[in-house]
Design a protein around this ligand. Structure first.
Ligand code: URA
Length: 207
């Protein structure tokens, strides 16, 4: 269920994001652009309904997605940088927020906020976090989403570490993961190598 979305545009844009000289404005724009491209693949299996549409010439068969069933859940705070792209594609999606920080000693997730819309077994939930590092925040979030009734969860991230992918695959083999890159490993502080540093700090210039 783990997919690296291979595309020259994604590779090019991600390389610019990785560079330590890229500033916050460009970093934010590139995150939006790559998320847009990732979303194209991450939504590939959503259902379409057959509908009738009338062109200026005649009636024909058309298709509609039920974007009201779509739920977008960024993990605060870096996931916020990915929300707008998904909403541009599916403007009627609902948005929930899960606030989690990593305890710097244990690297375990500490939840400080959770506000979710109605979720049921028909919902398609896109969980957004640019960095799937230890996987603990994503794991905690998937646990919450499943407790609320989600049965179809797609994790969308920019960079995944093998450790993070493994954690999700071990606990939730049904959850799909879409990433722009699978990087080498984590360092001792739980940062992805080579990675791009702290995505939240780079988005919001907090360091
Ligand atoms: N979160 C980040 O922002 N970067 C990492 O490398 C790991 C977790």
């Amino acid at each position: 269920m783990f997919h690296v979305v291979e595309h020259p545009l994604i590779k090019h844009k991600l390389t610019i994001m990785r560079s330590k000289t890229t500033g916050p404005k460009e970093f934010r724009e590139l995150l939006r652009e790559i998320t847009f491209l990732l979303a194209y693949e991450a939504t590939r299996n959503i259902e379409t309904l057959e509908i009738e549409v009338e062109t200026p010439l005649e009636k024909t068969k058309g298709y509609a997605i039920e974007d009201k069933k779509m739920v977008v859940v960024p993990i605060l705070r870096a996931g916020l940088g990915m929300v707008d792209s998904i909403l541009e594609l599916m403007p009627n999606a609902s948005v929930g927020h899960i606030g989690i920080y990593r305890d710097p000693e244990t690297l375990r997730p500490v939840q400080y906020y959770c506000k979710l819309p109605k979720i049921d077994d028909k919902s398609v939930v896109f969980l957004l976090d640019p960095m799937l590092a230890t996987g603990f925040s994503a794991l905690h979030s998937v646990d919450i989403l499943k407790e609320r009734g989600a049965r179809n969860i797609v994790v969308v991230c920019l960079i995944a570490a093998p450790e993070g992918v493994q954690v999700i695959e071990n606990h939730h083999p049904d959850v799909a993961i879409y990433a722009a890159s699978l990087d080498r490993q984590l360092n001792d502080h739980g940062y992805i190598l080579p990675g791009l540093g702290d995505a939240g700090d780079r988005l919001y210039r907090t360091k």
